[in-house]
Design a protein around this ligand. Structure first.
Ligand SMILES: Cc1cc2nc3c(=O)[nH]c(=O)nc-3n(C[C@H](O)[C@H](O)[C@H](O)COP(=O)(O)OP(=O)(O)OC[C@H]3O[C@@H](n4cnc5c(N)ncnc54)[C@H](O)[C@@H]3O)c2cc1C
Length: 286
């Protein structure tokens, strides 16, 4: 299929996409053996909408796309939760408090939170896919009464791989919030009193009318695929299932073409799409 080449339009950008804003690391949370949250204080506030991403630079090493994991109501500091997977993220995991990193952006589409008002929202995620979902969730918690209910299903490989452990108790205190977790396995010696199985097993506990309610999914491609298929089977509408697509990308704003998905660029048309938009594009789960 021919790919529509869409020129960069300055009016679509709220910031200079090449400007790198220095940010100091004021805290680091070791979430799990492979995942840490950098708590950053940028030299100037960075306003973003939940679901958008930034390019984070380790000076002299390289940069990569990451979604802020903090609420979009906070712009003077930003959390970014990063899994060690390769070259740049290896350096992210060597960073220390007071080190300086660079931030470009924000880029891309956002979660349409205005459509979630008055609804029963389901959030389904696993692994480092919980990073953008924590941003969404904490953004919604700012005005939690706007939403009828929020059910958050979170998965991890094992208890020690669970992230945001210290926040779960607080999150469970909201009357209209349900936060349920499942781990794939419980290795000998690890303690766990919640569900066991891939995160989609938690969908069996859904007691929501799917007719007009939204669901948001983010995680490893295999989880996104089966999570989406299960939600469709349950009765969710394609246009009400929102996905964050993590394709390989470099520039972040539609110039380098590394993240082309059929007629879309994951960076500037996404990363947030509804399933109806992208279901017919090739290889969306890869
Ligand atoms: C919009 C967006 C938001 C993201 N948000 C987060 C986040 O909040 N936290 C987080 O930990 N990661 C996030 N990622 C993935 C992250 O960008 C990559 O893991 C990171 O750039 C890898 O860099 P590296 O140099 O360490 O890995 P490399 O050495 O380049 O590669 C290591 C491995 O990671 C894979 N990889 C590299 N880039 C990507 C990518 N963009 N998506 C998926 N796999 C990739 C490679 O195929 C390879 O298998 C996001 C990606 C996108 C596109």
């Amino acid at each position: 299929m021919a790919v529509a080449v869409q020129p960069l339009r300055p009016e679509n950008l709220t910031t200079n996409p090449y400007e790198v804003i220095p940010a100091s690391i004021y805290d680091i949370v070791e979430e799990s053996p492979l995942i840490r949250t950098l708590r950053l204080r940028p030299a100037k506030p960075i306003r973003f909408h939940t679901g958008q991403f930034i390019e984070l630079t380790i000076p002299g090493i390289g940069e990569g796309p990451f979604t802020p994991s903090s609420s979009h109501f906070i712009s003077d500091v930003m959390d970014v939760t990063i899994m060690k997977t390769g070259f740049v993220t290896e350096y992210v995991h060597r960073a220390r408090i007071d080190d300086i990193v660079g931030l470009r952006g924000p880029f891309g589409s956002r979660y349409p939170i205005e459509k979630f008002a008055g609804k029963d929202l389901v959030i389904l995620g696993g692994g480092c896919g919980l990073a953008p979902l924590r941003s969404l969730f904490t953004t919604l918690l700012h005005e939690v009464d706007k939403y009828k209910s929020i059910t958050f299903f979170a998965g991890a490989k094992s208890p020690r791989d669970c992230i945001y452990k210290d926040e779960v108790t607080e999150w469970r205190k909201f009357a209209n919030v349900r936060f349920l977790r499942a781990v794939d396995v419980v290795p000998p010696g690890e303690e766990w009193h919640e569900d066991v199985g891939v995160v989609t097993v938690l969908l069996k506990k859904l007691d929501i009318d799917p007719a007009d309610n939204p669901a948001v999914v983010c995680g490893p491609p295999i989880m996104m695929k089966y999570g989406t298929l299960d939600l469709l089977k349950y009765g969710y509408k394609e246009e009400n299932i929102y996905l964050s697509m993590e394709k390989k990308m470099y520039c972040g704003f539609g110039q380098c073409r590394h993240c082309v998905m059929g007629q879309y660029y994951a960076c500037k048309d996404g990363p947030v799409f509804n399933y109806a938009q992208i279901k017919d594009e090739e290889d969306i789960w890869e």
